[in-house]
Design a protein around this ligand. Structure first.
Ligand code: PLP
Length: 357
């Protein structure tokens, strides 16, 4: 299989050195060697997120946290804001867990605004608020810090769940600054690792809430995850040990670069892509709310995006078409993970040549 450089918003490009980490020998997941590995990973995640909250990994892709939210966080009623495909999935998941869930439906391409959230929260007795930080289908970056502050000032008992699947590890996110109770992400986006593992920062309030909510299942129960860490620094079930080796390795690199350094590199890549897009096309997201990890571009010239990807493949690159109904109407460039500004410029130069821009 030929290697195409992935400019799609996940899975992202994985460095060979990180891939190689997964070839290490297995250890028993109840052994001291494993405990050492998991302690190292958690220690580095705590440093990376600069948090005093609880931190864990769970062997599953990020979506598991939508189920964990539905099963462990929602007591009586949740408000789920949706501004694209993934936030809609979160709403649907929580509703499918049998929880009374109101959808705050925001037009695709627009951000979820704090005022709209506060207005809806005032209407009913909500106990959980669910918002996506970076909506990968539209390239919107929601103002979650401002939102978290306003929500907690008025509703201190509200559990605030943030889907940061396509932003954590690239964008700058500190749970305490966001007032989040659960902030979750996956390995295959800005952490630039293979898929299969999710990571989350969760508050003591989230643990207390889980203790009050019945019907949590096992794999989707936050309590065994939390208690296994407290008791033995391990996991409730057999973890993806190979991925944890890779995560441990990658986190050392990420800490060397620093969370700020990673944010600034992602911002520089996003600004370069936006400038290019605005010269030739238009950005799809509302101005001021553009993602720093994925740029969704409105195909105002009616170019053949599928054709572009075929031509790019011959040059060893792959970008993403628009999501769902936005296919061909938009296209997406995922500048997340370990790519550099120079890499972005080179990709854009290739697109210029192919499309004759
Ligand atoms: C914003 C967002 N949330 C959730 C998901 C689902 O994550 P996973 O595929 O890791 O389950 C994605 C995947 O692209 C995403 O972009």
């Amino acid at each position: 299989m030929s290697h195409k450089k992935l400019w799609i918003p996940g899975p992202t490009e994985v460095r060979e050195e990180a891939l190689q980490q997964q070839t290490k020998w297995m250890v028993g997941h109840r052994s001291g060697e494993y405990t050492e590995l998991y302690e190292s990973v958690i220690g580095k995640l705590v440093k990376y997120f600069q948090t005093e909250q609880n931190v864990c990994t769970q062997t599953a892709s990020g979506t598991i946290w939508m189920d964990i939210t539905g099963r462990c966080m929602v007591k009586k009623k949740a408000l789920a804001a949706a501004c694209g495909a993934f936030s809609k999935r979160m709403y649907q998941t929580v509703a499918d867990c049998g929880k009374d869930t109101t959808l705050l439906d925001v037009e695709w391409g627009k951000a979820v605004k704090t005022d709209a959230v506060m207005e809806e929260l005032a209407k009913e007795d909500y106990d959980t608020l669910i918002v996506v930080h970076n909506e990968t289908s539209t390239g919107i970056r929601n103002p979650i810090a401002e939102m978290g502050k306003a929500v907690k000032a008025e509703y201190p008992d509200m559990i605030f769940v943030v889907d940061a699947v396509s932003s954590a590890g690239g964008d700058y996110l500190v749970p305490e600054e966001l007032n989040s109770d659960i902030l979750f992400t996956s390995t295959q986006k800005c952490f630039a690792l293979p898929p299969g593992l999710s990571m989350a920062c969760y508050s003591d309030e989230a643990v207390a809430r889980a203790e009050e909510v019945p019907g949590k299942g096992f794999y989707t129960n936050l309590l065994p995850i939390h208690n296994n860490w407290l008791k033995r620094h391990q996991n409730p079930t057999t973890p993806a040990i190979s991925l944890l080796y890779a995560l441990d390795h990658q986190l050392s690199r990420m800490l060397e670069e620093t969370p700020r350094g990673r944010y600034e590199r992602h911002l520089a890549m996003a600004e370069c892509t936006r400038e290019w897009a605005n010269n030739h096309f238009e950005m799809f997201p509302e101005k001021g709310y553009e993602s720093v990890t994925v740029s969704t571009i409105r195909n105002t010239l009616g170019k053949d995006v599928a054709g572009l990807n075929k031509a790019l493949a011959e040059r060893g690159h792959q970008i993403a078409n628009g999501y769902g109904a936005l296919k061909e109407k938009t296209f997406r460039i995922g500048h997340m993970g370990d790519w550099t500004l120079e890499d972005v410029k080179s990709l854009l130069a290739n697109i210029d040549e192919i499309w004759g821009l």
